[in-house]
Ligand binder design. Sequence first.
Ligand SMILES: [Zn+2]
Length: 161
Amino acid sequence: MRTITLANGETVEVECLSCALVNGLIEPEGGVVMETEHFHAHQDVAYPIPGLIILASKRHLKSLDELTEEERIDYITVLAEIRKAQQNVLGIESVYYFYNEDTTHHFHTWMVPRYDWMYAFGHSVESVRPALLHARNEMNDEANLKSVRQAISALTEELER
Ligand SMILES: [Zn+2]
């Protein structure tokens, strides 16, 4: 079991966080943003940033090459739909995407919106971690959490259309 720190500061113990989320053992803030046969999209549970979406496979697998052809098509389609919704309802102009294969969870892609305040931590990939930590440590106030929840609702609504 691993201990995961959530955005609200609480901790949970799980074997695989992605399995716990896609199977509903942990309810992410705002619930499911989008769900297909093979994928599950939700607000990131650790960092309170509006529109920071995690797209996780439903199957417990580790890397992209393990996806079946059907899952690959579903993956890229869902990824593009969420990206479009981030632009349409949140005005997000740039997104950083990454997934790492040495995670303790299973296959999930981070869709990290780029906000102007993040440039205080530099440009490109090296600024991502400090920006995420800043959000967790300094933006855990009710006003920001409210905007996170509003972003989830807006994305969910847009993706249902
Ligand atoms: Zn898993």
